[in-house]
Design a protein around this ligand. Structure first.
Ligand code: UDP
Ligand code: UDP
Length: 462
């Protein structure tokens, strides 16, 4: 612990964004900073979009009573579309209401604020007049940070002079247009407007904390910190994989996993908010069955868990497939599982993943080889990190899930799952990544040093 005894302890407020992919790492960061002796307040935005968020926040504050919740009601925005995205926007529109609350009533006074990247462009200018130092928390890969930071410069280049095929980030390399979040192809999409504004706002921050680690993305992090990506860019401090949290509950899959052979099970999940088409779900089922591996498959058909209808698996997968899955002794869960509990279980030998960044970090920490199948957003950029680092394989031809009605056939899926589970090369390179991840957060590791660098920047420390 850095701050103890008579030393003034900084008070850090963390402003997370919506969705488990943002909330989970923010909670993990909160506990990491509290363990350093900082006072930590975490803003809790109501109403929450998913039950997973509500449950996890209740569990979090009862497990960590030293972390102070600041509850805030956002004014919901009308409109249809991605409800998580609408919540981002509602939060983005609230700094004038939230900040007076933070600055007037917090005791001890707040000395630093950490803001989720998706809120940067409205919160940073609002915080600036208060004189409170501001840091960004970037919840995805350093490659994605490179895209976020450089994209505004890319689109400022004359249309006729800039590449239509890729974004060429200085010191990082090219990111193909086919890999960038699809919504960025439309300059008038609200996501693009926010993304560009947030990218520009990064320059105003006192620093950027990012949930990755040096050995996973060394060139990208070096390019940032040598001023090659953008001159004058704030320090980027890689502090990941951020500390794990206690489990919400023990999942029903655990006794089943206990009965399986070591590294024999492939775990299949596409995150907290990615629903697949019924047709693709069925092909995936056929592929998993044909792969010959035992599998633990988490199915989501809706983006928001509250809307997840209690459809019988038989209806979803077809009676025959359900019967065959039963016969081969595999397991399907239509709902939430404690993913970390699964990834750290010795029976799990592979992970078919959408490559949400938290899932990638969790797989990296536990050395589980990944078969990347990006579905939306930043996931292709993250999948490239998975491939380059040796954490897993990525079948680029599969493209985005469900794009243009394309369905990946069961036979193809089976082949790649076999490759994932049978390749000693992938297995040993994933183990090497895990060893680096553990080293990074251990004593004297790169992430521990970055955390110390961040702490040294906080007020009250010479
Ligand atoms: N998660 C989980 N159980 C589930 C689905 C997701 O515990 O059934 C967790 C997962 O471990 C990760 C987070 O929810 O910490 C999802 O974040 P990620 O960035 O992987 O993907 P997103 O859901 O944002 O697409
Ligand atoms: N992101 C970013 N700048 C922004 C907003 C988001 O770089 O202004 C990144 C962030 O890392 C996020 C990713 O882009 O994880 C994809 O955002 P999206 O909203 O599609 O997905 P989510 O993170 O909610 O799953």
């Amino acid at each position: 612990m850095v701050f103890s005894g008579e030393q003034p302890r900084p008070h850090i407020a963390i402003i997370p964004s919506a969705g488990m992919g943002h909330l989970t790492p923010s909670c993990r960061l909160a506990t990491t900073l509290a363990a350093q002796g900082c006072h930590v307040s975490l803003i809790v935005f109501h109403p929450m979009v998913s039950s997973a968020e509500s449950k996890s926040m209740t569990n979090f504050f009862s497990s960590f009573p030293s972390i102070h919740p600041i509850h805030f009601n956002v004014v919901p925005l009308p409109g249809s579309g991605d409800p998580f995205f609408l919540q981002f926007e509602a939060i983005r529109q609230s700094p004038h209401l939230l900040l007076p609350l933070l600055t007037s009533s917090s005791s001890p006074p707040i000395t630093s604020i950490i803001v989720d990247i998706s809120l940067a462009s409205t919160f940073l200018p609002a915080i600036s007049p208060t004189g409170i130092s501001t840091f960004i928390f970037f919840t995805a890969s350093a490659s994605m940070l490179a895209l976020c930071a450089y994209f505004p410069t890319h689109i400022d280049i004359d249309q006729n002079k800039r590449s239509k095929d890729h974004v060429d980030v200085p010191g990082v390399g090219v990111i193909p247009m086919a890999s960038i979040p699809p919504r960025l192809h439309n300059p008038s999409d609200l996501f693009t407007t926010q993304f560009v504004a947030n990218g520009r706002a990064l320059m105003q921050a006192n620093g950027v904390l990012i949930n990755t680690f040096e050995a996973l993305e060394p060139e990208t992090l070096t390019a940032f910190n040598n001023g090659v990506v953008l001159p004058g860019f704030p320090p980027v401090m890689a502090v990941g994989p951020v500390k794990q949290l206690p489990l919400m509950e023990t999942s029903a899959a655990l006794p089943w996993l206990d009965a399986q052979m070591e590294r024999s099970v492939v775990y299949v999940s596409f995150g907290s908010r990615t629903g697949m088409s019924v047709e693709q779900i069925r092909e995936l089922g056929v592929g998993l069955e044909r792969s010959g591996a035992k599998f633990l498959w988490v199915i989501k058909t809706k983006m928001v868990d509250k809307e997840e209808a209690q459809v019988e698996l038989k209806e979803l997968l077809g009676e025959e497939l359900v019967e065959r899955i039963k016969e081969i002794g595999s397991m399907v869960v239509h709902g939430w599982v404690e993913q970390e509990e699964i990834l750290k279980h010795g029976a799990v030998g592979g992970f078919v993943s959408h490559c949400g960044w938290n899932s990638v970090m969790e797989a990296a920490l536990h050395g589980v080889p990944v078969l990347a199948w990006p579905q939306i957003g930043d996931q292709k950029v993250n999948a490239e990190v998975v491939r380059r680092s040796g954490l897993g394989i990525w079948v680029e031809e599969w493209s985005w899930g469900g794009q243009e009605g394309k369905v990946v056939k069961g036979e193809e899926i089976a082949e790649r799952v076999k490759e994932l589970m049978d390749s000693p090369v992938v297995c040993s390179s994933a183990a090497r990544v895990a060893a680096e991840a553990v080293k990074a957060v251990g004593d004297g590791g790169s992430s521990e040093k970055s955390l110390a660098e961040f702490i040294a920047k906080l007020e009250g420390v010479k």
